[in-house]
Ligand binder design. Structure first.
Ligand SMILES: Cc1cc2nc3c(=O)[nH]c(=O)nc-3n(C[C@H](O)[C@H](O)[C@H](O)COP(=O)(O)O)c2cc1C
Length: 377
């Protein structure tokens, strides 16, 4: 379904986009690439500035960070560019209903902790400073505020919009998209099951189906309303970008494609693990955090298939373990988040990756698409 040139409504500037979108958010998408928020290190102000300077929309990741740290990063981006950028916030869930499962799981992890010479952390619930982060973002708005792990209330959406921000909500099924649109969000970010790191599902149970592949999910969103749909999940090639635009998205939100860039603050061993061929595949696992997330299948994933549904309790408990593994270079115990397309990630500068993704659907010479490779290093 391709439509032609723009009419009186505001169309995305890529002519292949099928959905007419009038939202303010669509106007912020200069090129159809979003550099995904990646909490835990990869998202740096430098990466966001590089994205912005290349015409993409970059995101800071507020997850796991204290509000002061987020404010510092926002200031650093503003010092580097006048272009629009976004900030991503985690929506808090509810305390686990499986406390016994958590206790059992943590005792399974004791040998790993002992081997690394650390104790496990407290399996406590927290809201990742949600209210404080919202207050700070309302007082000092970013162009876009996106959410994952749930949908903010309509009041929160309105307050952010009145402050001047567009609001995006990560969705993994049509039911979540309907909730996000009803709350007033200008953009659902459709996240297919191929995507790297945590599933953005609103609940961590079986309320709704959460295993849609990206294109199937986009197809369910065709009648969702006049909103700007972002498409997330293993978009690594120009042809894949063209495909999601063809399915009505205004842009692809790519994480793994930018993970190895020099501007990404990811751990060097994690960057290398995407490229060196030692891991044959990814899987969705709760082993590290208690919430489903896609990671390279290392020893820790294989040995701990039985983690309970308990986010952020398990995440807080495993934090010292993951930190010790990262500082000692114990790659088999690190959480090696990656989308299904990880083998195609390159170490080129973020601006070059944006350029390459936008370079066409594969007919251009030298794009690397025919071979399935990324831009040649
Ligand atoms: C290392 C990593 C960390 C991520 N952290 C966040 C995050 O903090 N917030 C969020 O909304 N999405 C996060 N995501 C998911 C992305 O927004 C996006 O859905 C995903 O990267 C798309 O799949 P891809 O990695 O195959 O491109 C993360 C992804 C990765 C790879």
């Amino acid at each position: 379904m391709r439509l032609g040139a723009a009419n009186s409504r505001s169309w995305h500037r890529d002519a292949s986009v099928a959905r007419p979108v009038t939202s303010r958010l669509a106007g912020l998408v200069r090129r159809p690439v979003i550099v995904a928020p990646m909490a835990g290190g990869p998202s740096t102000p430098r990466l966001v500035v590089a994205a912005a300077e290349a015409g993409a929309l970059g995101f800071l990741a507020a997850g796991y960070k204290p509000p002061a740290g987020v404010a510092e990063q926002i200031a650093a981006v503003r010092a580097g560019t006048d272009e629009a950028f976004g900030v991503n916030v985690f929506v808090p869930g509810i305390p686990t209903v499986e406390p016994d499962g958590v206790r059992r799981y943590l005792s399974d992890l004791e040998p790993d902790a002992a081997r690394l010479g650390v104790g496990l952390g407290e399996a406590r619930f927290d809201d990742d400073g949600y209210e404080d982060k919202l207050s700070a973002l309302i007082a000092d708005p970013a162009a876009v505020v996106s959410f994952t792990f749930g949908c903010p209330s309509a009041e929160v959406v309105r307050a952010l919009q009145e402050a001047g921000s567009s609001v995006v909500v990560t969705v993994t099924c049509p039911e979540e998209a309907a909730v996000a649109v009803a709350a007033g969000a200008g953009g659902p970010c459709a996240q297919g099951v191929e995507a790297g790191a945590h599933r953005g599902s609103f609940t961590d149970d079986d309320t709704w189906r959460s295993d849609y592949r990206l294109v199937d999910l986009l197809e369910t969103l065709e009648g969702v309303g006049d909103v700007a749909v972002f498409a997330a999940g293993a978009v690594m090639l120009p042809s894949q970008l063209a495909e999601v635009l063809d399915h009505g998205a205004v842009a692809a939100q790519c994480g793994t494609a930018f993970f190895r860039c020099p501007e990404s603050g990811a751990h060097s061993l994690h960057k290398a693990a995407l490229a060196d061929g030692r891991y044959a595949t990814t899987a969705v696992t709760r082993a590290f955090s208690g919430r489903p997330a896609r990671a390279l299948v290392n020893r820790f994933v294989v040995e701990h298939p039985g983690a309970p549904a308990a986010y952020p309790e398990v995440n807080n408990a495993t934090r010292p373990l993951r930190a010790a593994a990262a500082s000692r270079g114990d790659i088999e115990t690190m959480s090696l988040w990656a989308g299904e397309g990880y083998a195609k990630a390159t170490d080129r500068a973020a601006g070059e990756v944006v350029e390459w993704l936008c370079s066409g659907s594969g007919s251009g010479s030298g794009s690397g698409v025919a071979s399935g490779r990324g831009p040649v290093s």
